[in-house]
Design a protein around this ligand. Structure first.
Ligand SMILES: [Zn+2]
Length: 433
């Protein structure tokens, strides 16, 4: 793959790299480099010339609930725990129907593609067949992903409450099957959150994590009523985050915990030591009246973070909306406390590309144009943006900023996954478009 255009990426949190009239070159699935002049040995190779269009890394969503895409934008007048009971659990129960699940997951993957998210880490439901269908479809469509079957055996409606032994058996089976049959989609252990999982189920999952070297995803310190519930269920644990560690569910550098809105100093310490990736979901945190997470303070304390959608707590699958929301949330915190710094555009891009893309649970890193990173790429240009640029010239950084704050999926002209043009998934089945 050789693409020519205005190449923009964030190799470090506060550094936007801009290379105009340049070539992005991939050997197979991996980036070889960005060049102002094409290396001599590549002369004569086909070049896709995108003029001065922006060429950026594709987005990576570190925390999304695939079944809940059908609820995106619905039920936003509820807080977390009633929202789970009234909105989320009834929807997830529908995924016992494999045909329904297959249609829903195709719609989810098409929308991810439209929005330029080509790598993701997702919760499925408790249903193993439906979760396998999501994994299989994502792999076939060309995404790279980590997907988990949800485990829950307490505080769940009868339609979703699992028998722990069966839950563990199905989890192990899916993890092994993914290894044998899928090229680009892996399994991630997915206890829903502490209130949903008994000690017995968490211990069993911890043993599977150790046995197979699995990554783990869950939630932590999202909402105050949820934190009170965890404290009442685990009075002897030092904190919410420590419950995961005590059960072997915090493997070093292979754990993603969503939210961390209300982390205590001892939890910040623990997450830093275990190299946990915190998925910051500012839109969801506002929608469910959870709080405003101190993102820059958490980053500056040495905890790795990413910006994620948390659909359907978040209402949009597209990550630009969440990047803008993360910047706004950091500014609102700064209004209350001037010692907190606001997030900038380059760092927001980093948190939606390289930070989640290089999570060690993936087989290869993505989200940057450094050599060896997976060549997942978006070309950003449309008739709309061209007209604006003709009226008033803009720098590449301004054009990126405009896309993040007020762009739309129609502004993405092309998507490449692993160095190959990625067509719309399942397009021939009709997307209603
Ligand atoms: Zn979530």
């Amino acid at each position: 793959m050789i693409l020519k255009g205005t190449v923009v990426w964030a190799p470090e949190p506060a550094r936007l790299e801009v290379s105009e009239a340049s070539y992005l070159v991939a050997d197979g699935a991996a980036v070889r480099g960005v060049y102002r002049e094409l290396p001599a040995e590549l002369a004569g190779e086909p070049v896709e010339d995108w003029g001065d269009a922006l060429i950026v890394p594709a987005f990576v969503d570190a925390h999304v609930h695939a079944p809940q895409y059908l609820n995106a934008g619905i039920g936003m007048d509820e807080e977390l725990l009633p929202w789970l009971e009234r909105r989320t659990f009834p929807l997830e129960a529908r995924f016992a129907d494999a045909a329904f699940a297959s249609r829903a997951y195709r719609a989810f993957l098409r929308e991810l593609w439209r929005q330029g998210t080509l790598r993701f880490v997702a919760f499925g439901t408790v249903h193993a067949p439906a979760t396998w269908e999501l994994m299989r479809l994502a792999d076939a469509a060309g995404f790279t992903a980590l997907v988990g079957k949800v485990n829950m055996d307490r505080n769940a409606p009868a339609s979703l409450a699992e028998d722990p032994a069966r839950s563990l058996g199905e989890t192990e089976e899916l993890a092994l099957r993914a290894r044998e049959e899928l090229a680009h989609v892996g399994f991630i252990a997915t206890p829903r959150f502490v209130p949903s999982t008994t000690d017995r189920l968490m211990d069993g999952l911890g043993a599977l994590v150790e046995k197979y070297g699995l990554p783990v995803q869950s939630h932590v310190d999202e909402n105050r009523s949820e934190i009170e519930l965890v404290a009442s269920l685990h009075p002897k644990s030092e904190s919410y985050a420590h419950v995961y560690e005590e059960h072997g569910l915090m493997p070093r550098a292979r754990t993603i915990l969503a939210h961390g809105v209300w982390l205590k100093p001892s939890e910040i310490d623990l997450l830093r030591r275990r190299e946990v990736l915190v998925a910051h979901c500012p839109q969801s945190n506002a929608n469910l009246t959870s709080g405003v997470m101190p993102l820059t303070r958490t980053l500056d304390a040495g905890v790795a973070c990413a910006v994620a959608s948390d659909v359907a707590g978040g209402s949009n699958l597209g990550l630009p909306a969440h990047m803008a929301c993360a910047v706004r949330a950091s500014k609102l915190r700064r209004v209350r406390d001037e010692s907190e710094r606001a997030l900038g555009l380059a760092e927001a891009l980093y948190l939606a590309t390289k930070a989640p893309g290089s999570f060690a649970g993936f087989a290869d890193p993505s989200g940057s144009f450094e050599p060896g990173y997976r060549a997942d790429v978006l070309v950003i240009e449309s008739a709309r943006t061209r007209e604006l640029d003709e009226l008033l010239g803009r720098t590449p950084a301004e054009r990126l900023e405009r896309f993040v704050y007020s762009g739309e999926s129609a502004d993405i002209a092309a998507r490449y996954a692993g160095g190959e043009r990625m067509p719309e998934p399942f397009a021939q089945e009709g997307s209603g478009a």
